[in-house]
Design a protein around this ligand. Sequence first.
Ligand code: SAM
Ligand code: SF4
Length: 329
Amino acid sequence: MLTDTFGRHHNYLRISLTEQCNLRCTYCMPAEGVALTPKSHLMTAQEIYTIAQKFVDAGVTKIRLTGGEPLIRKDAQEILEKLATLDVELAISTNAVITDRYIELFKKIGMQNINVSLDTLIPERFKTITRRNYFQRVYDNIFQLVSEGFNIKLNCVLMKEINEDEIIDFIQLSKDHAIHVRFIEFMPFDGNNWDRSKLVSFQEIMTYVERAFSKEDILRINDRPNDTSKNYQIKNYKGSFAVISTVTNPFCDSCNRIRLTANGKIKNCLFSSDETDLLSALRDNEPIEPLIAKALKAKFKMRGGMDTPEKFQDPSQYEKNRSMITIGG
Ligand code: SAM
Ligand code: SF4
């Protein structure tokens, strides 16, 4: 049921808990906001659990919660506790604005792996990028998570003339802390004013790194199966860094991800505009397994069918997709 026509087995489910967020990152949320799905059309905690259980029964071994900001959901605790009873590795992507309230819960349910978004180390810039003034809170919460022993990956979306001058400062965070910094190429979605000229490519990132460190000190470390990133470490640093090059060097061949939006639709690819409505079927007491299988069989080989740079950069293609805030990354 979870294998597509290219033989890729999908054992990693990403569930978006909400379309809302306490930040407004320019690359993720359109300035005018997004039309929100009415609450009655969003999955309840029980519906999330029921659907997740079916995926786990079919072979999913990892679930990541995302959003919007997953932790702003009032029933986030209930959802996390329910999902933690499944035989699956549970992880979360968060902006860390309110993670301090959840430390005990994360520990109680044994959730170790936390991805945090942080695009700048400069408070004023944080305000410009996220349209909110929460830098210090986020920064303190990240180091609280680190000191509490969680595995932290820092996701940093790089944009020309916005934050590319901070690449080395981010890598320096990995000197004394076991933080894994991941530089993400800026990707096009509906309403995020994407432009190829704003992209900082894998090659450009590595040029910055090679200018700052000697060749012998830049260690290429092993990528794990299904990794979406190329991983590196600076010699003798505690942490590491990576580049996610979805635009210039996609990793579709080893894709094992399937996405469930907060309103209960499957997206078989981050870039696919086709969606399959599981929630309506579930509410009508119809089996959802055949729908999941059909959605997987319809998956394109590469980036939702945008298999050339020309197609990928064509607004008429990516504007058919949702805004990132309603997908979840
Ligand atoms: N609010 C949580 C957070 O920020 O981590 C979870 C949701 S957020 C949509 C998930 C990830 O998508 C974040 O790491 C964010 O940086 C990334 N993201 C959002 N828009 C993006 C874009 N246009 N290009 C690349 N990454 C993007
Ligand atoms: Fe919110 Fe995360 Fe999107 Fe930023 S990247 S607006 S924190 S969902």
